[in-house]
Write a protein that binds this ligand. Structure first.
Ligand SMILES: Nc1ncnc2c1ncn2[C@@H]1O[C@H](COP(=O)(O)OP(=O)(O)OP(=O)(O)O)[C@@H](O)[C@H]1O
Ligand SMILES: [Mg+2]
Length: 292
């Protein structure tokens, strides 16, 4: 994927309800150049995945430069979630799952023999489709749960709490009820709480698997705003079936397709290219909603 210098800069241009082809693409608050402090980040090389003998992903090589947002798009079953789980070593814990290929985080192979899986999970956080706050914990305890679990020493927990909830776009809504249960929040607030929880351990990468698919349009836009803010400092990889969302939120897009074969990448490029001048007709058909 290449870098982009031609991003417009007005997030208020995001207009829900427009068809993807009519939408401003890649409208980010900061330019890619500003955010790409270095070209480190996440890379996959020749990734394959299987469940038993079922070959579900084939030869996936992608770069996710630091502090960018990449959207993974493609029809159901093409392997997007499987691929995401390989980026933080969750795939190998599924019975029957196996894999081949390499994943590099800032140049280090995360599947190398001496790598601590727990440390990788701290660096590569994940937010799931269904908000999953711990129901028996308060809002504050939820945010700090990862810190506690990983035994990370924090001098000022109150500051960390405020910082994470602010970055997740939730602080103003919950600052007076931090001791209430996480389950007392709305679905959209719960998802932002899960983002705050993921941020507390200071990940380098945040993986998001359809984080807005269970949410109303207002909550969806709040999460998208949050993703914009986060990508100033974090690399985000987001799976979405919502083409408008992919166009609004991502710098790069990768289009996956299985079509009776293992899932492969048909096209990966800057989001504006994928949506306005894709090289492959199947990409054009998919982003225009003609299949999938
Ligand atoms: N735990 C599992 N055991 C066996 N097969 C699985 C498992 N999880 C996924 N698969 C298979 O792997 C393939 C890819 O699934 P995956 O969930 O990654 O697709 P996806 O692109 O995320 O789909 P969706 O858009 O519906 O979420 C599918 O054929 C699916 O049936
Ligand atoms: Mg999925």
């Amino acid at each position: 994927m290449e870098t982009s210098q031609n991003k417009t800069s007005n997030p208020s241009l995001f207009t829900p309800g427009k068809m993807p082809a009519e939408m401003p693409i890649g409208t980010r608050s900061t330019s890619l150049d500003e955010r790409m402090v270095n070209m480190s980040g996440l890379q996959t090389k020749g990734i394959h995945a299987w469940f038993g003998s079922h070959h579900v992903l084939e030869d996936i090589s992608l770069d996710f430069p630091s502090n960018t947002v990449t959207g993974l798009i493609g029809p159901s079953g093409c392997g997007k979630s499987t691929f995401l789980r390989m980026l933080n070593r969750m795939h190998e814990f599924i019975p029957s799952a196996s894999m081949a290929g390499e994943v590099f985080l800032d140049g280090e192979e995360i599947y190398a023999a001496d790598v601590d899986v727990a440390a990788i999970r701290l660096q590569v956080g994940m937010v799931f489709q269904k908000p999953n706050p711990f129901p028996s914990m308060t809002i504050a305890e939820n945010v700090l749960a990862g810190i506690k679990l990983a035994n990370i020493k924090v001098k000022d927990k109150d500051s960390l709490l405020e910082e994470c909830l602010t970055r997740a776009g939730l602080w103003k809504e919950v600052k007076d009820r931090l001791k209430l249960s996480g389950a007392s929040l709305s679905g959209g607030q719960q998802q932002r709480l899960c983002i705050a929880r993921a941020l507390a351990v200071k990940p380098k990468v945040l993986l998001m698997d359809e984080p807005c698919s269970a949410l109303d349009p207002g909550s969806t836009l709040k999460i998208e705003d949050t993703i914009h803010e986060l990508s100033d400092t974090i690399t985000v990889v987001i799976v979405t079936h919502n083409m408008q969302q992919a166009a609004r939120v991502s710098d790069y897009c990768a289009f996956f397709l299985s079509d009776g074969h293992p899932g492969r990448i048909v096209e990966a490029d800057r989001t504006d290219v994928v949506f306005t001048s894709p090289k492959d007709q199947r990409t054009a058909d998919y982003v225009q909603g003609r299949f999938g």
